[in-house]
Design a protein around this ligand. Structure first.
Ligand code: XMP
Length: 529
């Protein structure tokens, strides 16, 4: 069966919570496909989705005022289990005949909830039983309003000091609700609660597995592109690599991958991509891989530019030009493959509904599809990043490639402050490679989420022999983050930083000072430009 992965789905109705994507990821971790739709979506889209259960997200509004979001009638008409979270619980209570009140006392952070006594079949039963203190759960609260009277048919299944009705259920209609946030890792038993809902209450089997996802993607790609040729810009990053592997499984030689060496890549990057993908590489995927050596054209276009956004713009435009030239030399290409993933899709949907808070400015290949008049094939559109990684591993891509730190499209150009020159790219590449090598050796590469070296073209004094020299500085940056929107600087061991610093100063002539960046995001960004 080619659509096994999507056989069952959970619909997540988004009331604008910051945690909605987390809910979707938790559901999928339980092996069930989930889809996010905005609360004001067309009712026919709800029916079309035909979910086996619905989760109502939290949100910033209050149900105590008249004009705020409500659960659409179509959701109740589905007659499938419903789980309301925070605002989702309040809107259920309010719409089904209970009472919600604003409280002066906002509750934000950890809280203990206690299981109500005498409930025979609580949907929180497994979570309470698995707690180190059975009958109590340490949960994450974030609310001002609270439910003060249950709707008919409901019973209270848990209480906290500030929320006497912290969870409620109507067993008969299979409607469940929690005031707290089971989707965040701070809630103990959160995974059990979501698992109980999607697997037990909704009766889902767990078909959302990498193997089923791959099988379905292959079927869909074949249906979509037929016998046409497809072109893909392979960057060596996780997303484009997984797209390459999937497409090659699906359509083999109909796919051509183009890898542009813009001279702004990390050390050995080109060789690694060729080894993993080209027809000549050992253990490779045997793809039609065209490498374009374009260092000169990129560096000459960048000459003299010192503004970060101007550099980004030139790199983006040059990429499109080089890529387009290559694509035009391959006859009969009808499709462009892209590594768009689910958070990108949600983000553009949210902006369509006017709800996006942040819109990324860095789209590496923006403008390419319109200009090339190619149809788009985007086989990762429904996947979160962690799922892309799992699919990549299941397709046989090397773990070193899958677990690689992200690397920005404009590459080293945004890590060399100001003007980019061949000499500075070479120095930075070597410094960065030393940092990565030592991180791996000390087993810290996978403990941080992104790490790199930065080239600072300042004149810092160094004494070499008896002579004073004025030389640029290398800064080291390593961060821990889950979403790259906020990040903390990584507390690397001093002796690791010392080894990296010594090696850079000794091995790279022209560098006599290394510094470590101890800034969090915000306000500092992860990259220096
Ligand atoms: P910032 O510097 O905004 O970075 O804190 C957040 C994440 O985005 C990456 N980044 C980029 N990626 N093109 C990209 O493809 C860009 O222009 C760009 N700028 C930043 C950065 O590496 C980090 O992972």
């Amino acid at each position: 069966m080619h659509n096994q992965a999507h056989r069952e789905r959970i619909l997540i109705l988004d009331f604008g919570a910051q945690y909605t994507q987390l809910i979707a990821r938790r559901v999928r971790e339980c092996g069930v496909y989930s889809e996010i739709l905005p609360f004001d979506v067309n009712e026919s889209a709800i029916r079309e989705c035909a979910p086996s259960g619905v989760i109502l997200s939290g949100g910033p509004e209050t149900t105590t005022s008249g004009l705020t979001p409500r659960v659409p009638k179509a959701i109740f008409d589905l007659s499938v289990p419903i789980l309301g979270i925070c605002y989702g619980m309040q809107s259920l209570a309010q719409q089904l005949g209970g009472t919600v009140e604003s409280s002066d006392h906002q509750e934000f952070g950890h809280a203990d909830i206690q299981a109500a006594s005498g409930i025979s079949n609580s949907f929180l039963g497994t979570a309470f039983a698995s707690s180190s203190d059975p009958g109590t759960l340490d949960v994450w609260m974030s609310h001002g309003d609270r439910v003060t009277r249950l709707p008919d048919g409901f019973e209270c299944v848990a209480s906290s000091v500030n929320a006497p009705i912290a969870a409620m259920q109507d067993r008969e209609r299979k409607i469940f609700a929690v005031q707290f946030h089971p989707e965040v890792t701070h809630t103990t038993g959160g995974t059990e609660i979501i698992r109980q809902f999607v697997r037990e209450e909704c009766g889902s089997q767990g078909d959302w597995t990498p193997e089923n996802i791959i099988e379905e993607a292959i079927h869909n790609i074949r249906e979509q592109v037929g016998g046409d040729k497809v072109i893909l810009g392979l960057s060596g990053g996780v997303d484009s690599s997984v797209v390459a592997a999937l497409l090659s499984r699906a359509i083999g030689d109909q796919l051509t991958c183009v890898f542009v060496d813009n001279g702004l890549l990390r050390k050995n990057e080109r060789e690694e991509v060729e080894r993993a993908f080209s027809k000549h590489g050992d253990n490779s995927l045997n793809l039609n891989l065209v490498t374009v050596a374009a260092e000169e054209v990129f560096l000459s276009r960048l000459a003299g530019l010192d503004e970060p956004e101007a550099k980004r713009k030139v790199i983006g435009e040059t990429f499109i030009e080089v890529f387009e030239q290559q694509a035009n030399s391959i006859k009969g290409v009808a499709w462009l493959a892209q590594g768009t993933i689910y958070p990108d899709v949600i983000e553009s949907a949210a902006s369509k509904y006017g709800k996006a808070h942040v819109i990324k400015s860095h789209h590496n290949v923006g403008g390419l599809p319109e200009r090339m008049r190619l149809k788009l094939v985007e086989p990762l559109r429904e996947l979160f990043k962690d799922e892309v990684r799992k699919v990549g591993l299941a397709l046989g891509l090397p773990a070193s490639l899958i677990n690689r730190h992200p690397f920005p499209g404009p590459g080293l150009a945004v890590r060399i402050l100001g003007v980019v020159e061949k000499r500075s790219t070479d120095v930075l590449r070597r410094a960065d490679a030393i940092f990565m090598e030592e991180l791996r050796k000390a087993d810290y590469y996978n403990k941080v989420d992104q790490a790199f070296a930065v080239y600072l073209p300042v004149k810092s004094v160094g004494v070499v022999g008896d002579a004073r020299r004025y030389e640029p500085v290398i800064a080291l940056r390593a961060v821990e983050t889950t979403d790259y929107m906020t990040a903390s600087w990584a507390h690397l061991p001093y002796n690791l930083i010392a080894v990296v610093s010594n090696r850079i100063i000794n091995e790279i002539s022209g560098i006599s000072r290394v510094v470590y960046d101890v800034s969090n995001k915000p306000p500092a960004t992860i990259e220096w430009e």
